[in-house]
Design a protein around this ligand. Structure first.
Ligand code: PLP
Length: 399
């Protein structure tokens, strides 16, 4: 694939040796995905886990915008033993793609039809109440099959999961349902990506002690049979004491740390880059207004280049006038409003950039790098949301 890019002489783009085909993903803008990076990241994280601790790769939202199938295959190669998804559809798609490992649905399904599909596709639903447990029991009974489920309980996230105080009795009740097989119990941390002291530390510790209080009520046999898990990426990297039997890792397998100041440095490699091709060059005088609203007026005689990537592709409009693109080791400021399908870059200081030239919006170029966190810091968002933005329109080039 690298050859394919290198062979593209920018001056020759309209000739037959330009694009390989109409479906060539590199026509205007694309996401490059590096499965080897994901495999390596999983391996790197696994090195921090005890041998008895499994790693679930969280691949919801189409693998955080990287492509769920690509990510799942790479993560399993790297040593993940199960996959986590958010929706029933995401789980079914992975089964259609041939993945046979355990797949946990992290969402809370409520409808009998959905839960029936879970059993059919051997997806493990997350229960939060006796209501769903009884529905599952009935479905399992009718089909003559044992239904594997997990139970989530709330230790302080105040979102999904049953109430803390009712957890032990609910576990007991589920154990009594003959057609259910309770595979695991888990909870979710709310502030694990915060600082290692103060409120984040306090609440994370509180969640952990509530979690352990529930675990400690389990009969020995149940404790041995159940997979107990609490940590997301932040919990996993924060401290070994959050690992238990399994960790559920999303962001970190994609190459980013959710915690700004980690106690230990971790060598994660970003598994994605966003690139775009210059489609038009305009040389303009000083004083020219650029893009909708003329939010930017050229201060000097300028060379502007247009790249065909916009907010419909996942580059938030809130980044207008704030981001920079990379080319040949230099940075190009983005100017004017980012529109649905295009944006304008100031290439005055990069005169060698020509039509068809490729700029990097996210990822590395020589010694420079733009990360999802760089973007999210500019808009008050988070890296997770930036990555989910690439779910829709940009073609993916798996390298
Ligand atoms: C999304 C999700 C994760 C993964 O979170 P990261 O911060 O990306 O590691 C883990 N557990 C649950 C329940 C989730 O919904």
């Amino acid at each position: 694939m690298n050859d394919l890019i290198a062979n593209r002489d920018p001056d020759n783009l309209d000739s037959s040796n330009g694009f390989q085909s109409e479906s060539d993903p590199c026509q205007r803008a694309w996401v490059e995905v590096y499965p080897n990076a994901i495999q390596e990241n999983v391996r790197t994280i696994k090195e921090r886990l005890a041998d008895t601790c499994a790693l679930m790769a969280v691949v919801k939202a189409d693998g955080y915008g990287h492509g769920a199938e690509t990510v799942s295959a790479a993560a399993l190669k790297g040593g993940a033993s199960s996959l986590g998804v958010a929706t029933l559809q995401e789980g079914i798609e992975l089964r259609h793609a041939g993945f046979q490992c355990p797949i946990l649905l992290l969402a809370n399904l409520t409808e009998a039809e959905e839960l029936k599909s879970c059993l059919h596709w051997k997806l493990i639903p997350t229960l939060s109440s006796i209501r769903e447990a009884l529905i599952c029991e009935k479905i399992a009974q009718d089909s003559g099959r044992r239904f594997e489920v997990q139970l989530k309980f709330d230790t302080g996230m105040t979102r999904l999961g049953c109430d803390l105080y009712e957890t032990p009795s609910l576990i007991e009740a589920i154990f009594k349902l003959k057609n259910l097989k309770l595979k695991g119990i888990y909870s979710h941390l709310a502030l694990a990506d915060g600082e290692m002291h103060g409120r984040s530390q306090q609440i994370t510790t509180l969640q952990q002690s509530r979690f352990e209080d529930v675990v400690n009520t389990l009969p020995i046999k149940a404790r041995e049979d159940l997979c107990i898990h609490l940590a997301n990426s932040a919990g996993t990297l924060r401290d070994k004491s959050f690992h238990y039997d399994m960790v559920r890792v999303g962001l970190a397998i994609y190459g980013y740390s959710p915690i700004e100041y980690l106690p230990q440095e971790l060598n994660l490699r970003p598994a994605l880059a966003v690139k775009a091709r210059v489609c038009l060059i305009r040389d303009v005088p000083a004083g020219v207004g650029v893009s909708y609203g003329h939010g930017f007026i050229t201060a000097r005689e300028s060379r502007l280049v247009v790249v065909a990537i916009g907010y419909a592709d996942g580059v938030s409009r809130a980044l207008s006038g704030k981001v920079t693109a990379l080319f040949n080791g230099r940075t190009l400021p983005q100017v004017g409003t980012i529109t649905m399908d295009q944006m304008v870059l100031d290439a005055t200081d990069s005169p060698e950039l020509s039509i068809g030239g490729v700029v990097t919006l996210l990822g590395e170029d020589g010694a420079n790098q733009v990360t999802p966190k760089d973007w999210s810091d500019l808009t008050g968002s988070i890296p997770w949301e930036v990555l989910c933005g690439f779910r829709h329109r940009l073609p993916r080039l798996v390298i």
